[in-house]
Write a protein that binds this ligand. Structure first.
Ligand code: B3K
Ligand code: ZN
Length: 846
């Protein structure tokens, strides 16, 4: 398989003046006619991409191209320069495609009888011949012929008559942002007036019957539009904004210009079908896709190596948006939890790559936590280093300088250099170097002076052995033994492998509140006593480091217990103090009560040079939870009761905070009452958040049989809720029974495994059952591998993504490693394995 290299990029030798497309939609035989007006300065071959197309006609300026001038090679068509007129000309093609047979969910496909497209990254070549690369931008004019009542494409509507619709998108865009939807859809409608007074029609399109669950998405869209105006000065730029929910979708959503397409799970919500987490994700992803209109669509990427240019920035923007809409403190803690669970895991394993990779085989395998979440962290560091005012100045320059262009990370860095006068050469390593730096801090105290010594080390990653030091912004504060803040947040800028900083005239030796706000994506190493952690948990002014102190206490306890030692007194005591005032900041209290997950404990053990035992970890975590619950039973029961609903369900931050504390208390109490409270709550809860929280506890306690059946009967017709039903069972089943439970669920008629949401619910839920997936006899690996092998021929993208369940396989004992290797080798040896999955498995095994 051919590897693509960043170093090989060459500009496309033609400009496209206009792209005209005509679709005659039919499930089995859709005809696509294209007319592309090109212009070149000097003679060059015309190279076009196409895959799986039945080519009916190819013309230049209306004349059929001679057989000898059509050179087909793999997914590429070359028309030699000699066969092309000088200056401008029109290439036109007529092709036939088969959307009904398209199970990959890229290109044009059918979802529940509705036509829809997914073109990023290279799906457009499955629709027609085209220079399918992000730096070739053109205005599009699209005609759709179909009997379906709703016919949508990008841009503004220009003509509508029975069986036909025409759309014009004036903003030049690459093919990956093209979209088409045709189906029996209904819309909820609203309006938005931009800051400059331009009216915009807003439509959220769903299937008949789903309208009453689309209102939250519409409100989130309007909030996003206003926020981007207020914070970044960015206005919407078309007459209409369409958003469509589809049931079969490989990812979360897609930012096609003026026509965002969403996985229905990120659109549809009501109190009785969606949890607080669902609502929060809907708001965040609606924002994310909307913000792409400027960071992705108006300014796009020169090539796919630059993916984090749009994704890192847009994640950063959606994180800011959620912080502004909800609680910034809670959002930061959640984002760091996700970053560590997904990106650190990736960066410390065989799939480690820089936010801007320099080679790949299959670009769809690079829509990763590193490109997205680390890409966002890098921008957060930049903002912290230069300050807010300079950050927005640089962003203004980015938007004015690069509007309408396809850009690189170099362009992005240059904007910041020009706006601030800083040299960012060293900072750029965050984009080009893989791996998570380890930051070791040691302290010395001498007569009122505290000296901190920092050392940074980054372990070699695949293909990169040299790791020169990076610029690391370290935000810190000092907390006096009496709990007062002796030094407010100060940002140190590390640039060398080892550096010292001193703080003078301190009265008593303070505790360092280190890496406030998680100011850099690094792994911290420091010696800190349990008393010092408790002091931070009680008094730190920074909510992230305050939470982190409690979290570290819990993690230390769990590590000790997983090794068969005692531990945890310090955490149990510290939590006792916190619980007394727990109701004052319920979301924060809930975050502090949530014990580190089994996977995180396993990682922490391997970090300390130990081989994690998934069963011991599972028992240790259960045992610790029971001990915490036994010690604080009264306080927990009080909070559980106090956080009961005090009014009708509202999906806002305040309501979610109360419910999160109620459920965090329930989780601990369930270790004492064997699920009695959960059973009651399941019966009386009026919202899905509490109901589903209770159900999870019942499954974990092995008491869910009847509740699961009630739940299934009630929601059998709701696909998204049934996904939860599958997920909770594989995720929360006891480790000994998880494989059998998953296999039994997979044998059901309603396990529609071709639907990515359903597949991810069952198999993703199972892989998240740490001790179940890593069962010592390898049954978990085998079961999982069987399903990947089964899905791959139909849906390579989703299969390849889900291979990441195996990325930590080398951290476990020899027996498990052998079984994981056997499962991976079996996948790799499958005849006809997709390029996507093959690349993933090869890298994981390497
Ligand atoms: N840009 C899309 C992702 C496309 C995935 C291609 N396999 C979603 C997003 O990040 O907004
Ligand atoms: Zn995105």
């Amino acid at each position: 398989t051919a590897t693509q290299y960043l170093a090989d990029w060459q500009p496309y030798p033609f400009n496209i003046l206009e792209t005209r497309l005509e679709f005659d939609l039919a499930p089995k035989g859709t005809k696509v006619r294209s007319e592309i007006r090109l212009q070149g300065d000097k003679p060059a071959d015309l190279v076009l991409d196409g895959a799986g197309l039945q080519t009916l006609s190819l013309r230049i300026d209306g004349v059929e191209i001679a057989e000898t001038d059509r050179i087909f090679e793999g997914e590429r068509l070359t028309i030699p320069a000699a066969a092309l007129p000088e200056g401008s000309f029109t290439f036109s093609a007529e092709v036939a495609i088969d959307p009904e047979a398209n199970t990959t969910l890229e290109g044009l496909y059918l979802s529940g009888g509705m036509f829809c497209t997914q073109c990023e990254a290279e799906g457009f070549r499955h629709i027609t011949w085209y220079p399918d690369r992000p730096d070739v931008m053109a205005p599009f004019h699209v005609t759709i012929r179909s009997e379906k009542p709703v016919l949508l494409s990008n841009g503004n509507p220009v003509r509508r008559e029975p069986g036909l619709a025409e759309w014009h998108d004036p903003w030049p865009k690459p093919s990956y942002l093209f979209a088409l939807v045709a189906g029996n859809l209904v819309s909820i409608d609203d309006h938005f007036t931009t800051a400059s007074g331009a009216p915009v029609d807003l439509h959220v399109w769903v299937r008949e019957g789903d309208q009453d669950r689309a209102g939250y998405a519409m409100e989130a869209l309007k909030r996003s539009m206003r926020w981007d105006e207020e914070v970044y000065g960015r206005e919407y730029d078309l007459e209409v904004f369409n958003l469509v929910a589809v049931d079969d979708f490989n990812m979360g959503a897609m930012e096609n210009k003026g026509l965002n397409i969403f996985n229905s799970k990120l659109v549809l919500a009501s109190a009785d079908t969606a949890t607080d987490l669902d609502y929060e994700r809907i708001e965040g992803v609606i924002g994310h896709e909307y913000f792409h209109n400027w960071t992705g669509d108006r300014i796009t990427c020169r090539d796919w190596f630059q993916l984090c240019l749009k994704e890192g920035l847009t994640v950063f923007r959606d994180q800011q948006f959620t912080s502004d809409m909800r609680s910034a403190a809670v959002k930061r803690i959640q984002d760091v939890q996700t970053l560590r669970a997904r990106q650190f895991r990736e960066d410390q394993g065989p799939l480690s790559h820089p936010p801007r990779p320099d080679h790949y085989q299959e670009i769809n395998n690079f829509y990763t936590a590193t490109v997205y979440e680390k890409g966002a962290e890098v921008i957060g560091m930049l903002k912290r280093l230069i300050g807010d005012a300079e950050y927005y100045k640089a962003l203004d320059l980015y938007f004015t300088r690069h509007d309408g262009q396809a850009c690189t990370i170099e362009d992005w860095i240059k904007v910041f250099e020009d706006a601030t006068g800083r040299d960012l050469t060293q900072f750029k390593r965050w984009y080009t170097d893989a791996g998570t730096p380890e930051l070791t801090m040691s302290e010395s105290w001498n007569d009122g002076t505290l000296t901190l010594t920092f050392r940074q080390d980054t372990a070699p990653t695949p293909g990169q052995t040299q790791k020169p030091p990076r610029v690391i912004p370290v935000a810190l504060g000092l907390i006096s033994p009496n709990g007062d803040e002796a030094l407010p947040t100060t940002v140190l800028e590390l640039t060398e492998t080892e550096q010292n900083f001193s703080f003078h005239h301190l009265g008593a030796r303070p505790v360092v509140s280190l890496l406030r706000g998680f100011s850099a994506p690094v792994v911290l190493r420091r010696e800190i006593s349990a008393e010092a952690q408790a002091l931070l948990l009680a008094h730190d002014t920074d909510s992230f480091t305050r939470w982190e102190a409690g979290h570290d206490l819990a993690l230390d306890a769990l590590i000790a217990r997983a090794r068969g030692e005692h531990g945890g007194r310090a955490y149990i005591d510290a939590i006792g103090a916190l619980l007394e005032h727990g109701a004052e900041d319920p979301a924060f209290t809930a975050l502090c009560l949530a014990l580190p997950g089994e996977e995180e404990i396993a990682t922490a053990l391997s970090d300390r040079g130990q081989i994690p035992d998934p069963d011991a970890i599972h028992r240790a975590r259960d045992g610790f939870a029971a001990e915490i619950a036994a010690t604080h039973q009264d306080a927990l029961a009080r909070l559980y009761a106090e956080m009961a609903p005090n009014g009708p369900y509202q999906p806002d931050a305040e309501g979610a905070a109360r419910r999160s504390l109620r459920l965090a208390s329930l989780v601990l109490l369930s270790h004492l009452d064997e699920g009695d409270r959960a059973l009651v709550l399941f019966g009386i809860a009026e919202n899905m958040t509490e109901r589903f929280g209770a159900l999870g506890q019942l499954v974990a306690a092995g008491r869910a049989r009847e509740s699961l059946e009630l739940f299934r009967q009630e929601f059998a017709k709701n696909r998204l809720v049934m996904d939860k039903w599958f997920m909770v069972q594989t995720h929360r089943a006891s480790p000994e029974t998880a494989v059998e439970r998953a296999a039994a669920l997979a044998a059901r008629d309603d396990f529609d495994w071709k639907n990515p949401n359903r597949f991810r619910a069952l198999l993703g839920g199972f892989a998240a059952n740490h001790a179940g997936f890593h069962r010592a006899d390898g049954a978990g690996y085998d079961f999982y591998a069987d399903w990947l092998i089964k899905l791959d021929p139909l849906n390579p993208q989703t299969t390849a993504r889900m291979c990441t369940a195996f990325e930590t396989w080398r951290s476990y004992d020899a027996g498990r490693q052998e079984k994981a290797r056997a499962a991976l080798t079996r996948i790799a040896a499958t005849p006809g394995l997709s390029r996507n999955t093959s690349e993933m498995v090869t890298r994981i095994l390497a």
